[in-house]
Design a binder for this molecule. Structure first.
Ligand SMILES: [Zn+2]
Length: 183
């Protein structure tokens, strides 16, 4: 589903050259729009369908502070009905990229080429966001406990929920076997 099928933008695009900002003094900042409206690779096993938003990069004494909100679209499976859907959410980013690298200050740093790589940060943020149970739509009906079919598909839902107002003579043929066993 989220595999490398089809074309996608290379994760190289998630690297930002910020050497110019490092050479400026603390307090200087730069607005950086992120416009990746197509599938983009974040890691070998993580692709986003789009990534857009706006980041403000600020030079601090310890490095570069990145703040902003990114809109993410990620193809994934519904936790209730297991169908693929386009999960859209916003990530609020506030992270310091240390320069020089200092593990006591931040797990992220500006590399020796004056670049910061957003990919590891994005991967971490997306995985946290998606560790929560997520469904494809409000009121997703999930799978039938009896037949396993997706109850969101109306026709199938009708089959699975045949009313038995006449005392139980109208019954899904697949349930008739069960009824026999109960006798
Ligand atoms: Zn669902």
């Amino acid at each position: 589903m989220a595999g490398p099928g089809g074309s996608y933008l290379k994760r190289r695009l998630l690297r930002l050259q910020i050497g110019y900002l490092l050479s400026e003094g603390p307090g200087n900042s730069k607005d950086v729009p992120i416009q990746l409206p197509q599938r983009v690779q974040v890691d070998c096993d993580l692709y986003l369908e789009s990534l857009t938003g706006f980041l403000v990069l600020t030079r601090t004494k310890e490095g570069i502070l990145i703040q902003g909100t990114l809109k993410v679209s990620h193809a994934r499976e519904c936790d209730r009905c297991l169908e693929a859907f386009d999960h859209r959410f916003e990530l609020n980013i506030a992270e310091l990229f240390a320069s020089p690298p200092d593990a006591n200050i931040s797990a992220f740093n500006v590399d020796s080429n004056g670049e910061i790589d957003l990919a590891p940060l994005l991967r971490e943020e997306v995985l946290i966001e998606e560790s929560y149970r997520t469904v494809c739509r409000d009121g997703c009906r999930g799978l039938s406990a009896i037949t396993g079919i997706n109850l969101n598909h109306e026709q199938e839902a009708q089959v699975a929920a045949v009313p038995s107002l006449d005392g139980g003579t109208t019954i899904d043929p697949r349930l008739a076997v069960l009824k026999q066993l109960l006798k």
